[in-house]
Write a protein that binds this ligand. Structure first.
Ligand SMILES: Cc1ncc(COP(=O)(O)O)c(C=O)c1O
Length: 375
C-alpha cells in the first residue's frame, strides 16, 4: 500500500498510533464491493453518468437511496425530498453559502465536531455553543440563548455525536423542531453516525421532520461506505431543495458527484450497502468493547460514558490538561484529540476524544499503554 501521507488526509508519522483519528479504518474500506459496483455501472453502456448531472442528483440514484433509507428508518422517503451532496461537509458548506450571511450567529453543541466549526468560520459566522448533558443538547439552555440571539442556523449531531458519542432523545428532537419553527432558524441535523449504532438504534432521524420548512437532515456515505467517494445527501422540504438545486454552483457545474452516485446506486441495488453496514456494526461493537476493557485497565482514572455507536470515546481525565498531554503523547508516538478542539469557548480542557473504530486490538493496547506512560 502507498504511504498514506502521500495520498490521504492521514498524516500520522510512521510508528505513531493516532487514537484520535476520525477516519474509517483502511481494512474496512470496501474495495471489492465498489469494484464490482463500478463494473456494473459501466456494463450498462449508458454514458449519462459521465455527463453534467441533474442538479438535484440523479433520479435513479435518489430512488435507490430512498428505498435504502425507508428500510433503515422504517418510514417512507420520497426521492423528491433528497438532494445529492459531495458529503456532509459539502452539504453544510452549501447550506451556509445559501442560507447565512457573514456576521450571523450559528448555535452548536458544546462540544461539537471541530471541523464543522471551521466551515462556519469560513463563512464568517459567529459560533455560540449551547450546554449539553448526557443526552446531548440541553433544550432549556437553547431556549435561554434564543432569548438573546436570533441564529441563522442551529447545528446538531443528534446520534452518536462526534466527539461525545451522545444521542438526543426523541422528545428533545421534537422540541428542537418546534423551536426551529417558532424562532425561524434553519435546523441542521448532521446524522453521519445514524446507521452506526453498535448496542442500540437511535430515535427517529430528523428525516422524519424534513417536510418542516426549517429542518434539514444531512448524511453521508463517508462512514458507512468510504469517504473517498465524496458522496452524501440531505433531506429537506421542496422549497429548500429547489433553492439548493437552483444555485449558481450547480447551474455551472451540474449536479454533484453523478459518477459516484451511479456506482453507489449499484451498491445499494445489490443489497451491498446493508451488508456492509451490518459488518461495520459487528466489528465496531467488538472494537468498542476492547477499547473499553483496555481503557479501564490502562487509564483507570478516565471517566466516560460507554459509547453506543459512532466512533468515539469521550473521556475526562480529572486534573489533566489534555492539550499538554497531547504534546507528551506525540513524543511517545501516540496521539489523541484534546477536548479544547471541540469547544467554542476554550473549555473542555480535561477531555479527550479517542476512536475505537480505526485500529485493531494490538495497536489499541499498545497506544493506550503509551498514553498511560505519559500520565
Ligand atoms: C459529525 C460529522 N460530520 C461530518 C463529517 C464529515 O463528513 P463527510 O465526509 O461526509 O464530509 C464527519 C467526519 O468525521 C463528522 O464526524
Amino acid at each position: 500500500m502507498t504511504d498514506p501521507s502521500l495520498v490521504t488526509q492521514i498524516r500520522t508519522p510512521p510508528g505513531t498510533i493516532d487514537l484520535g483519528l476520525g477516519d474509517p479504518p483502511f481494512d474496512l474500506l470496501p474495495l471489492d464491493l465498489l469494484r464490482r459496483a463500478a463494473a456494473d455501472a459501466f456494463a450498462h453502456r449508458d454514458p449519462h453518468f459521465l455527463q453534467y448531472g441533474l442538479e438535484q442528483g440523479s433520479l435513479p440514484f435518489r430512488a435507490h437511496l430512498a428505498d435504502f433509507l425507508a428500510r433503515g428508518y422504517g418510514f417512507p422517503i420520497s426521492a423528491e425530498s433528497l438532494f445529492v451532496t459531495p458529503g456532509a461537509s459539502g452539504g453544510l458548506d452549501l447550506l451556509c453559502t445559501l442560507f447565512t450571511r457573514p456576521g450571523q450567529t450559528v448555535l452548536v453543541e458544546e462540544p461539537s465536531y471541530f471541523l464543522a466549526l471551521r466551515i462556519f468560520a469560513d463563512h464568517g459566522l459567529q459560533v455560540v455553543s449551547i450546554e449539553t448533558d448526557a443526552d446531548g443538547l440541553l433544550i432549556e439552555a437553547l431556549e435561554a440563548q434564543l432569548k438573546r440571539v436570533h441564529p441563522a442556523l442551529v447545528y446538531t449531531i443528534p446520534s452518536f455525536q462526534n466527539p461525545s458519542g451522545r444521542t438526543l432523545p426523541a422528545v428533545r428532537r421534537e422540541r428542537l423542531v418546534e423551536l426551529a419553527h417558532d424562532h425561524d432558524f434553519l435546523l441542521v441535523a448532521d446524522e453521519v453516525y445514524h446507521f452506526l449504532g453498535t448496542t442500540r438504534q437511535p430515535p427517529a432521524s430528523f428525516s422524519a421532520y424534513a417536510q418542516e420548512a426549517n429542518v434539514v437532515a444531512l448524511n453521508s456515505f463517508s462512514k458507512i461506505l468510504a469517504p473517498g467517494l465524496r458522496l452524501g445527501w440531505l433531506q429537506a422540504n421542496p422549497g429548500l431543495i429547489q433553492q439548493l438545486a437552483g444555485c449558481g454552483l450547480l447551474d455551472s457545474g451540474g449536479g454533484l458527484s453523478p459518477f459516484t452516485s451511479a456506482v453507489v446506486g449499484e451498491v445499494i441495488a445489490s443489497g451491498g450497502l446493508e451488508a456492509h453496514i451490518n459488518k461495520l456494526q459487528a466489528i465496531y461493537r467488538e472494537r468498542l468493547r476492547f477499547m473499553d476493557a483496555t481503557l479501564r485497565r490502562a487509564l483507570p482514572g478516565a471517566e466516560y460514558a460507554l459509547p453506543e455507536g459512532g466512533y468515539f470515546f469521550w473521556a475526562r481525565l480529572p486534573g489533566v490538561d489534555t492539550s499538554a498531554l497531547r504534546e507528551r503523547a506525540r513524543a511517545r508516538r501516540v496521539d489523541l484529540r484534546p477536548g479544547k478542539l471541540f469547544s467554542s469557548r476554550g473549555g473542555l480542557g480535561e477531555y479527550m476524544r479517542l476512536s475505537f473504530a480505526f485500529y485493531e486490538e494490538e495497536q489499541v493496547e499498545e497506544g493506550l499503554q503509551r498514553l498511560a506512560q505519559c500520565l
